[in-house]
Design a protein around this ligand. Structure first.
Ligand SMILES: O=C([O-])C(=O)C[C@H](O)[C@@H](O)C(=O)[O-]
Length: 420
């Protein structure tokens, strides 16, 4: 059978509306940036991938894309090899002689790997889950992602979920999101207001949702001492405490003192980090994310690594569109030890703003049914892609620095919260 090789790779940056959600580094900009990757074969089969859309990452994606012409889309290892050999000399380059830092190379590889799996599935007429060993569940559960939000933040007034400044409003936000999407697990983005207020918010969520697994994630904004205090106060309330403090050493100190498992998507974000984290017994749960672990295949390798060391596995999410939701769903469906409800920013985006043809992915009772059509099971909506690309060109945001846009557009407004 003749090999159908990669003929062309198209990368289209897009911007979609993102409300002013608060996190430990500031406030989300009014637009989130993504890159839509299309890998096209000589026979005209197109595979889709989605990645970050900031200028530094786009430059890396574009340089990697140049190297992929002529490669067999079944040969993902060859694609990975070519990505790793890329010189790191473009915008934001760090002067090293190749994209040797595995974390950077994995981020670049990810959307191409996903697109190649999409091509493979379309070619043989099987869903991506089958290429990953087959689905072990036919629906993938996600969690409600709760954020503090003041009406005073520029842009907050336009957001349909309203302000969330205190425990009552966090519970009201959870109620609205749960009513609409049916989530069970709830995750509060912390590190934003004084820790005691966040403890109160978690207690209020526990009272309002007695059966829901609860998590809080301050993105390492707390000291070890604060983390231990919060963890001790929330004994018996959380399913896990996510990234309370910075670094493997700090997490290990917290882990020794608190009763619940610690989870991370910050101190273990590449294979190099697993060994020191295990040796220090710093975390009990790793949040995978195929966007930075190098795609779906390497995320499955992470799952095996977690199994080997007796670690739990969950899934992290940034703001994303439907191609990524499809990839996350396929991955979770084919990963038996991914037993926690996955994170998703999905409810926060405008529901009619996407690059895929609507209808392929729907939340029901907090879960997405695993697509069974060939490949990822989603199709690109070219008009929508053109609209969101135009939005990217005019929105004035090119970087992932949450605070830069606000500083530039609202002089005197300081969105950065203190450390606790
Ligand atoms: O740790 C996490 O859940 C994240 O980093 C996800 C998002 O980036 C979240 O922190 C955010 O958007 O503010």
């Amino acid at each position: 059978m003749p090999v159908d090789r990669i003929r062309e790779v198209r990368i289209t940056p897009v911007a979609f509306h993102d409300p002013p959600l608060l996190n430990a580094v500031g406030v989300h900009q009014p637009f989130a940036l993504r890159a839509v990757v299309e890998v096209v074969t000589e026979d005209g089969v197109t595979g889709l991938g989605e990645s970050y859309g900031d200028a530094v990452h786009l430059d890396r994606l574009r340089r990697a894309a140049e190297e992929l012409r002529g490669v067999d889309p079944w040969h993902v290892q060859e694609i990975a090899r070519r990505v790793r050999l890329l010189p790191e000399t473009g915008t934001g380059g760090d002067g090293t002689s190749g994209m040797v830092r595995s974390a950077t190379a994995d981020r670049v590889l990810s959307p191409f790997e996903v697109a190649c799996l999409d091509i493979q599935g379309r070619t043989v007429g099987r869903p991506v889950t089958d290429l990953l060993g087959g689905a072990v569940r036919d629906r993938v559960e996600f969690s409600a992602y709760l954020f503090y939000k003041w009406a005073g933040h520029p842009g907050a007034e336009e957001d349909r979920w309203g302000a969330a400044r205190d425990s009552d409003e966090i519970v009201a936000q959870a109620r609205r999101i749960v009513d609409e999407f049916g989530f069970n697990a709830l995750k509060l983005k912390g590190g934003v207001v004084p820790p005691q207020e966040e403890v109160a918010a978690i207690r209020a969520l526990r009272a309002a949702f007695p059966d829901s697994p609860l998590r809080i994630d301050p993105n390492a904004a707390w000291s070890v001492e604060t983390s231990v205090k919060v963890g001790t106060e929330l004994a018996g309330v959380l399913e896990y405490l996510e990234d309370p403090t910075a670094g493997i050493a700090g997490m290990a100190r917290v882990a020794r003192a608190v009763p619940m498992p610690l989870a991370t998507n910050m101190c273990v974000v590449a294979f190099d980090h697993v060994r020191p984290a295990v040796e220090a017994d710093a975390v009990r749960v790793i949040l995978s994310d195929h966007h930075f672990w190098g795609g779906l295949g390497r995320s499955r390798a992470l799952a095996s690594t977690c199994e080997t060391f007796g670690l739990g596995l969950s899934m992290h999410s940034n703001s994303h569109l439907g191609i990524s939701l499809a990839a996350m769903t396929h991955l979770a469906a084919a990963t038996p030890n991914l037993t926690y409800a996955c994170d998703t920013h999905w409810p926060w985006k405008e529901q009619d703003e996407d690059v895929i043809v609507p209808g392929a992915l729907r939340f029901e009772a907090g879960a997405v049914a695993v697509p069974t059509a060939p490949g990822l099971g989603v199709e690109l909506d070219r008009d929508a892609l053109a609209r969101l690309h135009e939005q990217y060109l005019t929105c004035g945001i090119t970087s992932r620095d949450d605070t830069a846009y606000y500083r530039g557009h609202h002089p005197g407004f300081d969105p950065t919260p203190p450390r606790w």
